[in-house]
Design a protein around this ligand. Structure first.
Ligand SMILES: [Zn+2]
Length: 195
């Protein structure tokens, strides 16, 4: 397994907010034909989404983060920016989907997977269907508004032009913890203001 070439094989590890890629996490495929492709586990990408969610939390936004993955590489990152942009549609997943056509040159996001820390809402799940996202992996389930199978199943609704493969509840505890910590802080700050 090559360890010195990881910068070339994993460009996403270079630009990441202080994260150092650990080549021990990776497996490799395609060594026989000379084309090495990274085969990282879902946890790797969810950890990247969690770092995006932390960016949102640090900015006082509800902490939801998302990354887009194609051929094993993270090609875009996003986080919730509703407050900053004063825009109810500025959810992490929707902004991610809107950024991708510029990167890949097509609105059809074939073969792209999204990792997001919280289950998509109706708007974001609908955008995933319309943009042909291959698979969504999410952390925290949302019993009230989650539309990737928990409250409603937009991603798998029969009769839709496209269905999105779903993996639910990956690293759910970590994702939930970030959410709960954020709202605990918001409530504590509100109490402080009152007193
Ligand atoms: Zn949404």
């Amino acid at each position: 397994m090559p360890s010195d070439d990881s910068d070339i094989l994993f460009p996403s590890a270079q630009d990441s907010d202080g994260f150092e890629f650990d080549s021990d996490d990776a497996q490799f495929v395609g060594e026989d034909d000379g084309e090495l492709k990274p085969l990282l586990g879902d946890d790797y990408y969810m950890r990247a989404a969690l770092r995006c969610a932390q960016q949102a939390a640090d900015a006082g936004e509800v902490p939801v983060g998302a990354v887009a993955v194609k051929d094993g590489l993270i090609i875009a990152r996003s986080w919730n920016q509703v407050e900053l942009l004063k825009d109810a549609t500025a959810h992490a997943e929707l902004m991610l989907i809107a950024s991708l056509p510029q990167i890949i040159g097509d609105w059809r996001l074939d073969g792209i997977d999204i990792y997001v820390t919280k289950e998509p809402c109706a708007m974001c799940a609908g955008a995933m269907v319309n943009s042909r996202i291959r698979r969504v992996v999410f952390g925290m389930r949302d019993p009230r508004c989650g539309c990737a199978g928990t409250a409603l199943d937009i991603t798998g609704f029969p009769g839709m032009l496209h269905n999105v493969e779903v993996t639910a509840g990956l690293m759910e505890e970590e994702c939930k913890e970030m959410f709960q910590t954020f709202f605990r802080t918001v409530r504590a700050n509100a109490r402080k203001k009152k007193s």
